[in-house]
Design a protein around this ligand. Structure first.
Ligand code: COA
Ligand code: MG
Length: 287
C-alpha cells in the first residue's frame, strides 16, 4: 500500500463536494497531499444523504494514491453529524475535519466516537476564536484551519482584499497551532480565476506562519505548492547558515556575521523552520 501524506505536510488540501463522484475521481488523480471530501456547506441540504453514500463508496472504491482522504463532516450544532459518522467511519477515512469548531467539549464529544482518528479543527466563528486555546490543545486535534468567510459573517465583518478584518483571527490561529505543534491551514481563496491574487494571499499566509492553504479548485494547486515549498536557494542558504552556526558554537561564539548580516539564535531557528518545511514537502536536503 502506498504511504499516505501526513497531515503536518499538507500544503494544498483540496475540497471536493461529497456528492460529486466525477470531481472526486478527478481530485484522486491529481496527486495532491489531501482530498477534503465535503459533507458540510459544499453539499445542499437535500443532498446530505446522497453525499454520505457517495463518499463511503469513494473511500472504498477510488484509488487515492498518496492523497490522504479527509472527510469534512457537518458541525456538531447541526442535525447531521451523527449520521455523517455512521455512514463514513466504516469506510475508514484517514482523518476528519470539523467545521465551525466552537469548544473543546465538541472535540471531546467527537473523539469519544471516533477514537484516535486525527482531527483538523476549523476555527471560523467568534466562539471558536474565543475558545481556541482549549480547542488547539484538545487531544485528537492534529491541525487547525481558519475559515475567513464564516468568521467574517459570524462577527459581522466585511471582507476586503487586504483582509485587515481577519488578520487578528488568522494570526491567532497560527499562534495556537504553533504553540501546540500543529499544522496551520489558511482559509480558501474564493476567486477561482485570480491566480495572482491567490499567490499574494498565500504568500501573506506563509509570512504569518501558516503551513498550507485550503484549495477549492484544481488550478489553485500549483500556485499553493510553489508558495509553501521552500526554493532550492532558500534551502541551500538555510543549511549553510545552520552549518556556520554549529561551527561558531563549537568555537565559543553565540553571534556571528554570515553573508554580511548578524546571525544569532532567532535567525538560526528561522533557518531550521525552512529545513522543516523542506522535509515536510518531501525534499531531503543533501547537507
Ligand atoms: N475537485 C476536483 N475537480 C474539480 C474541482 C474540485 N474541487 N473543481 C473543479 N473541478 C473540475 C471540474 O469538474 C471540471 O472538470 P471537467 O472539465 O472534467 O468537467 C474542471 O475541474 C474545471 O472546472 P470548472 O468548470 O472551472 O469549475 P466548476 O464550475 O465545475 O466548479 C466549483 C466550480 C467552485 C463549484 C468547484 O471548483 C468546486 O466544487 N470546488 C469545491 C467547492 C467546495 O467543496 N466547497 C466547500 C468548502 S469551501
Ligand atoms: Mg465554512
Amino acid at each position: 500500500m502506498q504511504h499516505v501524506a501526513p497531515i503536518s505536510t499538507f500544503r494544498a488540501p483540496l475540497f471536493v463536494p461529497g456528492d460529486d463522484w466525477r470531481k472526486i475521481e478527478k481530485a484522486a488523480a491529481l496527486d495532491v497531499d489531501a482530498i477534503l471530501l465535503d459533507l458540510e456547506d459544499g453539499v445542499a441540504l437535500n443532498r446530505k444523504a446522497e453525499a454520505r453514500q457517495t463518499i463511503a463508496a469513494a473511500l472504498r472504491e477510488v484509488a487515492f494514491g498518496r492523497s490522504a482522504r479527509v472527510v469534512r463532516i457537518n458541525s456538531l450544532d447541526s442535525p447531521f453529524w451523527r449520521e455523517d459518522l455512521a455512514a463514513i467511519l466504516p469506510a475508514a477515512p484517514d482523518a476528519l475535519m470539523l467545521p465551525k469548531t466552537a469548544s473543546a467539549d465538541q472535540i471531546a464529544a467527537l473523539t469519544a466516537l471516533v477514537g484516535a482518528l486525527p482531527l483538523i479543527a476549523i476555527v471560523e466563528s467568534g466562539h471558536g476564536l474565543i475558545n481556541i486555546g482549549a480547542i488547539a490543545s484538545a487531544s485528537g486535534v492534529t491541525s487547525l484551519a481558519f475559515g475567513a468567510e464564516d468568521y467574517a459573517a459570524d462577527i459581522g465583518a466585511q471582507r476586503t482584499p487586504g483582509g485587515d478584518e481577519v488578520l487578528m483571527a488568522r494570526s491567532t490561529v497560527v499562534l495556537h497551532a504553533k504553540v501546540n505543534r500543529l499544522a496551520a491551514l489558511d482559509t480558501p481563496y474564493i476567486d477561482l480565476h485570480d491566480l495572482d491574487g491567490l499567490r499574494a494571499d498565500a504568500r501573506r499566509a506563509l509570512t504569518l506562519g501558516f503551513t498550507g492553504k485550503l484549495a477549492i479548485h484544481p488550478r489553485q494547486i500549483d500556485v499553493l505548492h510553489e508558495v509553501f515549498t521552500p526554493t532550492a536557494e532558500e534551502i541551500d542558504r538555510a543549511s549553510r547558515l545552520i552549518a556556520a552556526h554549529d561551527a561558531q558554537q563549537a568555537s565559543g561564539s553565540g553571534v556571528f556575521a554570515f553573508e554580511g548580516r548578524m546571525i544569532d539564535m532567532p535567525l538560526v531557528r528561522a533557518a531550521e523552520q525552512v529545513m522543516e518545511r523542506a522535509r515536510a514537502a518531501g525534499i531531503s536536503p543533501s547537507a
